[in-house]
Ligand binder design. Structure first.
Ligand code: GTR
Length: 301
């Protein structure tokens, strides 16, 4: 039995997708391999479970890509602001050679990247006022994932980035420790952040994906035939996840608007682009990183 972790609750699309992968694995190995998921952050925050996975204490782990930035800088690439111009572009880039090359940088760190899952567009939400231009968020304390790039990107808007684990966001919003955060609709809903921060402003600044990892220690013990099965089942769980994801994004948004969330388009998206894009110079530095970014930018959909 492969043990897996997820910060999200049982009904979240990432957990459902790994459950489906486990079903496929059991079917194809006559029950020799299967997956048991510890959902809802039972095993701790993503940063902590990642460390456990790295040394083989967990076999599988579904995490957001940002906490990996501290382990391997190339994983910052899919979080670059305004990199993907559509969902189709993001899917094509990550399913293709650029996405694979980024996952392959993790092996020396003890992690095998099996596949990416969608996490949609992230936008800002806060407790104070709608954000139409960067000036509207000046000085606001905005929670970011634990990633230097996310911190730099948010500070570039004039806000004060406050990195913390997802599980701390709700309490921090309620207590006024932070004024806002940024995330997709489903996480904004399932973390109940909307109860405290009702202004959701559609900056759509990043499309950072989720990733499913296997501990290299466990991978190395699999036969090559079993590795192929694991990879194939992971790949097949991706379209399964995406279908659930697309439905979930629409459903979350409808429920939240009905619950009183105030959504707004930003008036000048280019103003955000102009302020955030300079992080490319700071975080895309090696020839490898530059090549991957150009490959992604050259892709059309
Ligand atoms: C969510 C993602 C989580 C979590 C989070 C965050 O969209 O699904 O895994 O990492 O974002 O902002 O930390």
């Amino acid at each position: 039995m492969l043990l897996s972790s997820d910060t999200h609750p049982q009904d979240y699309p990432t957990v459902q997708a790994v459950t489906e992968m486990g079903r496929l694995l059991a079917e194809r190995t006559s029950g020799r391999l299967g997956i048991r998921i510890y959902a809802g952050g039972q095993l701790g925050a993503e940063r902590d479970t990642l460390e456990i996975t790295t040394f083989g204490g967990l076999d599988l782990n579904r995490v957001f890509l940002s906490p990996l930035n501290a382990i391997e800088p190339a994983t910052s690439i899919p979080s670059l602001p305004f990199l993907f111009h559509s969902k189709e572009h993001m899917r094509r880039a990550l399913d293709g050679a650029p996405g694979r090359a980024i996952l392959d940088t993790l092996a020396p760190h003890g992690l095998i990247g099996l596949c990416y899952y969608d996490s949609g567009e992230r936008s800002f939400y806060n407790t104070k006022n709608p954000i139409f231009t960067p000036a509207d968020m000046k000085g606001m304390k905005i929670r970011t994932p634990n990633s230097d790039m996310s911190v730099a990107m948010i500070n570039a808007t004039g806000a004060n980035a406050t990195p913390m684990d997802l599980g701390e966001v709700y309490g921090s919003l309620v207590q006024g420790v932070i004024d806002g955060a940024e995330n997709n609709w489903p996480s904004y809903e399932s973390g109940r952040h909307f109860e405290a921060a009702k202004y959701y402003s559609l900056t759509r600044h990043v499309m950072t994906p989720e990733v499913l990892l296997m501990s290299k220690a466990r991978w190395d013990k699999l036969s090559s035939a079993d590795r192929d099965i694991v990879m194939a089942c992971a790949a097949e769980s991706v379209p399964f996840m995406r279908k659930l994801w697309d439905e979930r994004v629409d459903g979350s948004r409808q429920r939240l608007l009905a619950a009183g969330v105030q959504e707004n388009e930003v008036t000048d998206r280019d103003a955000f682009v102009k302020l955030m894009k300079p992080v490319y110079d700071q975080f895309v530095t090696t020839p490898f990183e530059k090549r991957i970014v150009s490959e992604i930018e050259a892709m059309t959909v």
